[in-house]
Design a protein around this ligand. Structure first.
Ligand SMILES: Cc1cc2nc3c(=O)[nH]c(=O)nc-3n(C[C@H](O)[C@H](O)[C@H](O)COP(=O)(O)OP(=O)(O)OC[C@H]3O[C@@H](n4cnc5c(N)ncnc54)[C@H](O)[C@@H]3O)c2cc1C
Length: 240
């Protein structure tokens, strides 16, 4: 497959993750293997009823494999066109895509790493973590922390999946935090940036990947810089 060619993706599965969020699985048509690196994104293209062409970026939420499939994790954005168009797609329908794009990818050699996401910012980390943890040689002796912020229990996408990964890998530490958890919530509360220092514990030799909306990314980058981190150790992908 030539990079950046436009191709057609057929929706094979659409799963509800929360009231406004979906996990969508696609299969590329006429392609036997889709080559990409965990953390990259695709540009999806369609037209509005008035004919205006719309393209939007979506991180690939599944790990690279030997097939022609990929998944997305996306939110309906109020008054947005593409996010609602994708969430309303029916299985079997098709959409044009281009890619993969982006350099929000794991930087070798792997260091102890903190992944910080809110909401659908989890998408590239689902791809990276499944890829890393599926092969011992890729993550051996390195500690990986996933700090995943959401509002309520119902918004923790892929929660069971990350719990299973953590149960199966002593070096993967999964920390979902809730800003509006119910009284029953036993885990951390508040915003992700409130937990970064306790994970980092004064170290500056780690790598941080941050993904989500601008405000959260700024808060975490500023915090890590205040902790003396080199800017090259902080990679981020901004959705808005
Ligand atoms: C590299 C990259 C990867 C991305 N990956 C994902 C992903 O995996 N999942 C995902 O859900 N989104 C992702 N996005 C955001 C996505 O590209 C769209 O911006 C989003 O789906 C809104 O598109 P829309 O056409 O529905 O709304 P638009 O018509 O573009 O926007 C409508 C309004 O919503 C605001 N807005 C735009 N984006 C957001 C947002 N993300 N949250 C809240 N308000 C917003 C706009 O400022 C505007 O006022 C990514 C963005 C980038 C740049």
């Amino acid at each position: 497959m030539t990079p950046f060619q436009t191709f057609t993706a057929r929706l094979t599965r659409s799963l509800v993750l929360s009231q406004v969020t979906r996990h969508l699985e696609f299969e590329l048509q006429g392609v036997s293997r889709f080559g990409f690196v965990a953390g990259q994104w695709l540009s999806l293209k369609t037209s509005r009823p008035d004919g205006e062409e719309i393209t939007r970026a979506y991180s690939i939420a599944s790990p690279p494999g030997d097939d022609n499939r990929f998944a997305l994790c996306l939110n309906r954005v109020q008054d947005g066109f593409m996010s609602n168009f994708l969430c309303d797609m029916k299985e079997g329908e098709e959409i044009a895509c281009q890619g993969p794009f982006g350099d929000f990818i794991l930087r070798p050699p792997l260091r102890d790493t903190i992944f910080i996401a809110t909401g659908t910012g989890i998408a590239p980390f689902r791809s990276m973590l499944h890829w890393l943890l599926s092969d011992r040689a890729r993550h051996q002796s390195k500690h990986l922390w996933l700090l995943f912020g959401n509002r309520t229990e119902r918004d923790i996408y892929y929660h069971d999946e990350f719990l299973r990964l953590a149960a199966g890998h002593a070096n993967f530490h999964y920390s979902p935090t809730l800003s509006r958890g119910t009284p029953d919530w036993q885990g951390p509360r508040g915003y992700v940036q409130e937990y970064v220092s306790s994970i980092v514990q004064g170290r500056r030799d780690m790598q941080a990947y941050i993904c989500g909306l601008d405000k959260m990314i700024k808060a975490n980058r500023e915090l890590l810089k205040e902790l003396g981190w080199d800017r090259k150790s902080i990679l981020f992908e901004k959705y808005d």
